[in-house]
Design a protein around this ligand. Structure first.
Ligand SMILES: [Zn+2]
Ligand SMILES: [Zn+2]
Length: 275
């Protein structure tokens, strides 16, 4: 069991994206990721950060046996929720020590990589002077400003875009990613959000979704089928059709199994299949 600290840096600076770190004090392991200056509008800031944190946890081999002490900042709100939903042991924590230094160091490295003078450093936590020096340096050159000025708008976008793993049920949908059809009764990622009073809803093949959904409403099930394992889904039956196996009708409103075998839809009573 390890204790991981999660911290960010650079949020108060008007230039450059934030950095986030995952740090273990006992082993000295430091994993860090950079939030871009801007990105396309599909994801909120908090969701993007949550995704980066999941990638860092994967790199670090963090498990549910580990403990997570996470900075309480807004930047981690979606990540907090995700940790809770997934059953991780975590709590908010006022950061100092290695995690704090690692985050500041990672932010400084990013700024220096862009050409900022290395010797101008954060001194005695005087963020205001350090960040103004960086902001002035970035703003002094229009090309630099284009590349490194923080996009505040994209960061304000509410965490509303919601990606949920579910199924297409009895309707075929068109994938918003590859524009090819998603057949009925297939796993699909649904994106729903509201913008300027309008509602938007899109579907993606799971492999075409720009985001790994944080939520799943999909029950997947494998069954034995003609000597192989066939992966399908279990959903509430929306219309009466005969069971592929016993021929008796599937009852509307009851859970039933649906899968494709050689492009043919197979559906049936769960109890008719060998699980
Ligand atoms: Zn697709
Ligand atoms: Zn049956």
């Amino acid at each position: 069991m390890k204790t991981w600290y999660v911290e960010d840096a650079g949020g108060g600076c008007q230039a450059f994206g934030e950095v986030v770190v995952l740090v273990c004090e006992e082993t000295g392991e430091i994993y860090s990721a950079r939030v871009p200056v801007t990105w396309s509008n599909k994801m909120s800031w908090e969701e993007l950060v949550c995704q980066l944190m999941q990638e860092l946890m994967e790199q670090a081999g963090a498990t549910k046996a580990d403990q997570f002490l996470v900075c309480s900042g807004n930047i981690f709100h979606t990540y907090h929720k995700w940790l809770t939903e997934k059953g991780y042991h975590w709590q908010t924590h006022k950061m100092d020590g290695l995690a704090h230094d690692a985050a500041e160091g990672a932010f400084h490295n990013m700024v220096v990589e862009a050409g900022f003078p290395e010797h101008i450093k954060l001194i005695e936590r005087d963020y205001r002077s350090y960040y103004s020096d960086i902001e002035r340096w970035v703003a002094a050159d229009p090309e630099r400003k284009k590349l490194y000025w923080k996009d505040r708008e994209v960061r304000k976008k509410p965490s509303l875009p919601r990606y949920v793993l579910k199924s297409t049920l009895s309707k075929a949908r068109s994938c918003h990613g590859c524009h090819k059809p998603i057949p009925p009764f297939s796993p699909a990622v649904e994106l729903k959000y509201r913008q300027d009073g309008r509602k938007f809803r899109f579907f993606f093949h799971p492999q075409c979704s720009p985001v790994q959904p944080l939520k799943s409403n999909l029950l997947q099930q494998e069954v034995n089928w003609q000597g192989e394992r066939l992966a399908g889904i279990v959903v509430v039956c929306p219309e009466e059709v005969p069971c592929t196996l016993c021929g008796n009708p599937l009852e509307v409103g009851k859970k039933a199994f649906y899968a494709y075998h050689e492009n043919k839809l197979i559906c049936g009573h769960l109890e008719c299949f060998e699980l």
